[in-house]
Design a binder for this molecule. Structure first.
Ligand SMILES: [Zn+2]
Length: 163
């Protein structure tokens, strides 16, 4: 029997990561050729129906970009594509976030090219994640690799959105 996650709404929202050319996505908008998932990543159902688009903001683009959504009629899950260069809920790319955290860990400074208000929550989020099992005083490079390796999604993986 499939495990059904606890949800606050009727439909389960899931992220579907894939390699995306964000510049092409900006230029093509809803005409961007998203791959159709072979199966529902949640229940393995073979039928997935197009379920419109969602607007998402990414750093470097003034306007939101359209990301494709699919719905599984078997388990009612709604899958929303997300470029795998971006952590969930982050406008900045993984590279920007990692460079910022590395700079803070090694040099004790924030990156000058990214505003500080953005970088502080990245550090706090990574610190909180690394302190789940046991509180740590401060992040180290080893902590950062653990954090990133868990946060960087592989293709066809998904995780449940926190509603
Ligand atoms: Zn399904």
């Amino acid at each position: 029997m499939a495990t059904v996650p606890i949800t606050l709404s009727k439909h389960v929202l899931l992220l579907l990561y894939c390699r995306v050319d964000v510049k092409g996505l900006f230029e093509l908008g809803k005409r961007y050729p998203w791959p159709r998932p072979q199966r529902c990543p949640r229940c393995e159902g073979m039928r997935l129906w197009g379920h419109g688009y969602a607007a998402r903001y990414f750093e470097g683009f003034m306007e939101p970009l359209w990301v494709k959504r699919y719905r599984c009629p078997e388990c009612q899950a709604v899958h929303t594509y997300r470029p795998d260069q971006y952590f969930e809920r982050y406008r900045y790319s993984v590279v920007d976030v990692v460079m910022s955290l590395l700079n803070k860990i090694i040099h004790g400074r924030w990156l000058r090219c990214v505003n500080r208000q953005s970088q502080l929550p990245w550090y706090r989020s990574a610190w909180a994640w690394c302190s789940r099992g046991q509180a740590i005083a401060r992040l180290t490079v080893e902590h950062l690799w653990q954090y990133v390796s868990e946060k960087i999604p592989g293709s066809n993986q998904y995780e449940q959105l926190r509603l």
